[in-house]
Design a protein around this ligand. Structure first.
Ligand code: PAF
Length: 282
């Protein structure tokens, strides 16, 4: 396994891989790796000649300093995990200065509606920060393919925007959400929650499946009330949002237009930690 910490070393290796016409796959992560990340890497290895995993907790995508500081970190363990998966993975592990060169600010983008709702609304500036780091990584790696998880579905729309507008040669590969045996979507943030609440968090996927089964039978406002009641019946669980939106534009659900594809989005705050999930419902 090759670990690289600075951009100039990385550029030399990438230039060599390019000269050999190798297909480069990029899996961007913020570390604290779990089976969700490993499934992205596995898919990337099947589709590409070389796989780069970046591990970088990107400061500009946190709208809240406390959230940035408490984001789980397990660098040594991450390296161990990657080594156990494959000896041929390349890892980019930069320091903040290497990426931002003392100017830790996000670029501003005009994403239209996709940035104004759900996570974009609740975390002002978050997607500008995500897009900033993705632009930087795409510029450095020029990958053929980039791999992202469906769990952060709204993020994949932002990445698609970046690709459409700046990097049309990159293919975005959206990989299925990996869940634990109870259905809870794997997330690095799960590590911040007590075992008892993690066990109770299976309600999130249960409720998404309930919505999938019932959204054409139960009126939308009533559905929202049911979801809120079921989530908030659990101690320390608070519903931050539950919304059904059109799959690509993220426009609001229109019950008169059943031809659209709709996706249900949920964010539950558990012991102060935000867990998000989503499900295509038709
Ligand atoms: O999904 C994440 O872990 C991050 O938002 C990403 C894509 C690595 C950008 O920092």
């Amino acid at each position: 396994m090759t670990i690289v910490k600075n951009i100039s070393d990385l550029s030399n290796i990438i230039a060599d891989q390019y000269s050999k016409s190798l297909k480069i796959g990029l899996v961007p992560t913020m570390g604290s790796l779990h089976n969700g990340h490993l499934s992205l890497i596995k898919i990337a290895k099947e589709k590409c000649d070389v796989v780069w995993v970046s591990i970088f907790i990107n400061p500009t995508q946190f709208n809240n300093l406390k959230d940035y500081e408490s984001y789980p970190k397990q660098n040594l363990n991450d390296i161990k995990i990657l080594k156990s998966v494959s000896s041929s993975i390349y890892v980019f592990f930069p320091a903040v200065n290497e990426i931002y060169n003392k100017k830790i600010v996000a670029q501003k983008f005009k994403f239209d509606n996709i940035n104004k709702v759900l996570e974009g609304k609740k975390r002002p500036g978050h997607f500008d920060g995500v897009a900033t780091i993705i632009m930087k990584l795409f510029k450095i790696f020029k990958p053929s393919m980039a791999f992202f998880g469906e769990k952060d579905y709204q993020q994949t729309l932002i990445v698609q925007y970046i690709i459409d507008n700046y990097f049309p040669n990159i293919d975005l590969i959206i990989c299925p959400t990996i869940r634990n045996s109870d259905g809870l979507a794997l997330s690095s943030r799960n590590k911040l929650i007590s075992d008892q609440s993690i066990n109770q968090s299976k309600i999130i996927f249960e409720i998404l499946n309930f919505v999938k089964m019932n959204f054409s039978k139960i009126e939308y406002n009533k559905l929202i009330k049911i979801v809120k009641k079921r989530i908030e019946a659990i101690n320390k669980f608070e519903l931050e949002y539950f919304e059904i939106r059109e799959n690509i534009t993220l426009n609001s659900y229109d019950p008169k237009n059943q031809k659209n594809n709709y996706r249900a989005f949920i964010c539950v705050k558990i012991e102060g930690v935000r867990l998000i999930d989503n499900l295509l419902i038709n």
